[in-house]
Design a protein around this ligand. Sequence first.
Ligand SMILES: Nc1ncnc2c1ncn2[C@@H]1O[C@H](COP(=O)(O)OP(=O)(O)OP(=O)(O)O)[C@@H](O)[C@H]1O
Length: 315
Amino acid sequence: MPTHAPVHVLGLGKTYGKVVALDGISFTIDEGSVLGVLGHNGAGKTSLIDILTTGARPTSGAATICGWDVVRFPHHVRRSIGVAGQFATVDEELTGRAQLVLLARLYGAGRRAARDRADELIDAFGLADAARRKVRTYSGGMRRKLDLAAGLVARPPVLFLDEPTTGLDPVSRNVLWEIVTDLAHQGTAVLLTTQYLDEADVLADTLIVLARGRVVAEGRPADLKRSLGNRTVAIRFPSLTASEYAAQCVASHGFRPVRDSGEPLLRIPVSGTGDIASLVRTLDGSGVDVGDLTVSEPTLDDVYLALHGAGDHPG
Ligand SMILES: Nc1ncnc2c1ncn2[C@@H]1O[C@H](COP(=O)(O)OP(=O)(O)OP(=O)(O)O)[C@@H](O)[C@H]1O
């Protein structure tokens, strides 16, 4: 497959028995570029990462990492990638620092460089106090940070981050974002899975949205959100009947309300303050009681709901 992109994926499919986990996924990631893969539970993100990191074989299609086919040259692929989010190889009896130094050495760093890089990441993630303790004594959060540091330690040309900030405190989350941005500037191609649109927004140059193993939307973060409107107005009503009635009223005025099934809540994409004013006037004119109203950025859920409708939650 002639390609210069570090990550090239063409028509990738994966089935487990009758379950279709991936259904013809194609994309490339260029040097220095971050691809965000968004999807709810079961959308196919882990299956995709498993295949690209050589942990599973695709049922159809093909993928190359730095030119190496993931099925035929898994060894070469593994030497070209860093993976964070699946700390399967952790040695519980090593200290956190020793673990990082070892990994850096495995990837070919010299003794001194390996130690320096390990210490840099230990400091960045605030693990200094724990660094000389055995991993088996670590808390869940510490393991999470060490796992991320392990994926970043070797500065590989391709980096996979599987929901990297799940379970991470806000400070460490910002550290991670900075490190990833830095690595991308240095030329690393990054594939990041996340359930958070704000994270994808900060980090990703391009996004693909997966639902049931298919790409249901793709584009730059700003474009995806713009396709929904710039803001989402969430309105809570005193009762389901009131929210139903309000949904009909605003829909007849050209809005696209999204119902939250079972909750007396509507989420309504709007494109500006004029839209918000007109929405409020419409509700006021309809005489329906409004409980609580908040205006926010569109979220990943809004993208999903707009793509699928409230009754058809993907995943
Ligand atoms: N080993 C397996 N055997 C059978 N079905 C599987 C297996 N692994 C994944 N699946 C199914 O494939 C689909 C995609 O799962 P996958 O784990 O890739 O999704 P995901 O987006 O990573 O979800 P999550 O966010 O929950 O990790 C799901 O329907 C899942 O049940």
